[in-house]
Design a protein around this ligand. Sequence first.
Ligand code: FMN
Length: 334
Amino acid sequence: MSAVRAAARLSVAPMMEWTTPHCRFFHRLLTRHALLYTEMVTAPAVVHGDRKRLLGYSPEEHPVALQLGGSDPVLLAEAVRIACGFGYDEINLNVGCPSDRVQNGSFGACLMREPELVARCVEAMAVASNAQGGPEITVKCRIGVDDQVPAVALRDFIATVSGAGVSRFAVHARMAWLQGLSPKENRTIPPLDYDLVRQVRAENPSLHISLNGGIDTIDAVVAHLDDGFDGVMIGRAAYHDPVRMLGQVDQRVFGAPARNINARDIIEAMVEYAARSDAPVKAIGRHMLGMFGGQHGAKIWRRTLSETMHLPEAGPHTLINAYEAMNRRAVVHA
Ligand SMILES: Cc1cc2nc3c(=O)[nH]c(=O)nc-3n(C[C@H](O)[C@H](O)[C@H](O)COP(=O)(O)O)c2cc1C
C-alpha cells in the first residue's frame, strides 16, 4: 500500500478558512501519521492567481493532500500540472461543497448529478499528474443531492468515476440539499447514512473508501475502521477539539508507539513557527483556541488567547503568555 493510502486511514477533512497551512502545521504536531487536507482551492484560482500563496505550505505538513474545486477538465488538468510542482501527496476533487458560490461555478456537490463530467475531469487530472510523475487523484463526494435517491446516485457516481480510474474516495455520508439550506445546515440537517456507504464499500472491494460526517470520538473512528472502512475522515471535531481527536491517533489508529505529547512543547513549537512566519499571530492562534478542550483551564486559555492575539503588540510570545496565564489562573482556582 502506498504511504498516502496508509495515511488515509485517518484524515482531517478539507475545510475552507480552517485547514490553512498554519492549522495543518499545528495538527501535524499532534499526529505524525494522519493525512491532512488543504482548504479547497479552485482550479481557475490556481491557474490565474498567486500560486505561492494558494499552494505553498511547510514541508513538515506531509502527508498533505490538495483539494481542488472545478468542473472544466482543461482547467483542472492545468491546475494539477501547476500543483505537481508543489509536491502534494494527493490531489482531490471536491464533489461535496454545497455553497451558492460553488453552485454558480457549477462544481462541488452539484456534480453528483454529472458523474460523466466528473469522469472526464478526473481522467484529465490523472493524465496531467502522471505526465509530471505527480500524485494520485481522488474524489470527495456526498451520497446525493436534492431529489436524487442516494442508494442509486452514490452507486452510479462511484461506478462511473471509478471506471475513469479513481480508486480512492472520501464520502460525506449525507445528501446535500442545494435548495433552501445553507452550507452549515447542509452539514447537520440531511441525515447521515453510514449503512449505505458501508454497503457501497462492500460492493467495491478494490476501492479505498473513507467515511466522513459526524464522527467525533476516537472510539467511533476505531469502530468504523473495524467495521470495514478503509479510512475515516474527520472535520469539525478535529478542528474544535484537536488534542483529544488527533493526539491519540498515531497510537490508536496507526499502531505507532505511544508518544508523550506535552502541551508546552506544542506551544513552543508553534511560537517558533509563528516567529518564522510572515503571518500575524492571530492568523495562527485562532486554530489553537480549542487546544485544551474539556481540560481544566480551557476557558482561560481560550479567553486569554482570543483577547490578546488581536492586540497591536501581539506576537509569537502571545501564545506562551496565554498558556502561562492559564496555568497560573487554573492553579489559583483549583
Ligand atoms: C468550515 C468548514 C469548511 C468546509 N470546507 C470544505 C471544503 O473546502 N471542501 C470540502 O470538500 N468540504 C468542506 N467542508 C466539509 C468537511 O470537509 C466535512 O465533509 C464535513 O464537515 C463533515 O465532516 P465532520 O462532520 O467530521 O465535520 C467544510 C466544513 C466546514 C465545517
